[in-house]
Design a protein around this ligand. Structure first.
Ligand code: RBF
Length: 335
């Protein structure tokens, strides 16, 4: 028989780590497709790494596709299987969907990266401070556009091609990018184009070409797999691109001069681990950025080191230092 202190210890351990009793069953809900969307691919990779480290743990990755009208029904069916201890996803529009279906599955836990909603006791969200990310990227766009690089022109115009409008895009990423280019020169103009989906590479290439002919010399595409069309256009016209979300230099080393990545794989892995160990605060909403190491400008690639002039890189270093120290910070607006 267990003596009293040992028994108390066991009871305390069960109370603190209830899920440790059995290996976790993880469901990954991809609101789109993995292929061509690093934000979703990295989410799945983080979950795959987590599961690979725990004997007996299981994982199912479900791709819900591009028809957003179907997501609520697909998420409901996914959760209704009752197969998962935690359902993890990533997208600013998912917390509202989770809130809607959550009352049907009151014991189902959810984690949503790249989203923000506090108050649902079964949902934890963590938002990236994408104003910082947009600002860093816009600042580099301004520096490239005003440089003596071949392909840069005197017009103070930088571009973005986005999949669609949504609050995080408009109020954080685009707003940050615009502030960044204007920090280089207040006379800069942003040429913003909306693709209307996350996959049409042919239309994205046409948009990019019309922007280049209008005086834009650097574009930030945020349009999923359609970005392949933007790359093709930039290569043909000898213009420049910047990316966010992931390391993308390899797709066009002479055209892509900067990547400000989200550490999505690390965050997915880390939050699943916290949940498994009973440390995740369901009901709360965190915000992470450069300071926390969750947004990182990738400054080691030869594309950046050889492609961007030294004076511009020194200015980027100074900006990154200010963001890391907190000397420069951007509050999150109410979304
Ligand atoms: N980003 C992608 O890379 N691929 C997608 O298919 C995609 N679909 C989205 C659908 C909706 C409704 C919303 C709100 C965002 C979507 N995003 C997509 C953007 C993604 O969540 C993130 O904001 C960007 O990748 C910038 O970090």
């Amino acid at each position: 028989m267990l003596r009293k202190p040992a028994l108390l210890f066991c009871l305390a351990a069960i109370a603190i780590f209830p899920v440790l009793a059995s290996p976790p069953r993880i469901g990954v809900f991809i609101p789109g497709v993995r292929e061509g969307s690093p934000t979703y691919d990295d989410l799945a990779k983080g979950a795959e790494r987590f599961v690979s480290e725990i004997p007996g743990a299981s994982l199912k990755v479900f791709e819900a596709g591009f028809d957003q009208a179907e997501w609520q029904e697909k998420l409901t069916s996914f959760v209704a299987t009752g197969s998962f201890d935690i359902v993890i996803t990533s997208n600013p529009s998912l917390p509202d969907l989770i809130d809607k279906i959550s009352p049907l599955f009151p014991r189902q836990n959810f984690i949503c990266l790249d989203g923000m909603k506090a108050g649902n006791p079964r949902l934890y969200t963590v938002l990236y401070n994408q104003t910082e990310q947009g600002y860093l990227t816009g600042y580099l766009a301004g520096l490239i556009s005003t440089s003596a690089l071949h392909g840069a022109n005197p017009a103070k115009k930088a571009g973005m091609i986005i999949g669609q409008h949504y609050p995080v895009m408009d109020q954080l990423i685009v707003a940050g990018f615009e502030q960044g280019i204007k920090a280089v020169d207040p006379g800069f103009l942003l040429d913003l184009r909306v693709l209307g989906n996350w996959f049409d590479a042919t239309k994205a290439a046409e948009l990019a070409k019309s922007m280049f002919s209008g005086g834009v010399d650097v574009i930030l595409p945020i349009c999923g797999s359609a970005s392949q069309g933007v790359i093709k256009a930039a290569q043909e016209e000898g213009k420049y691109l910047l990316f966010i979300d992931s390391e993308e230099y390899g797709r066009a080393p002479a055209s892509i001069l900067g990547c400000t990545a989200l550490r999505q794989e690390k965050l997915a892995y880390g939050k699943l681990k916290e949940a498994f160990e009973g440390r995740l605060k369901y009901g709360s909403a965190d915000v992470v950025g450069v300071k926390e190491g969750c947004i990182e400008f990738l400054d080691k690639s030869p594309s950046y080191l050889k492609g961007v002039p030294e004076a511009a890189r020194a200015k980027m270093d100074a900006l990154i230092t200010r963001l890391k120290s907190g000397a420069l910070s951007f509050p999150i607006p109410k979304l």
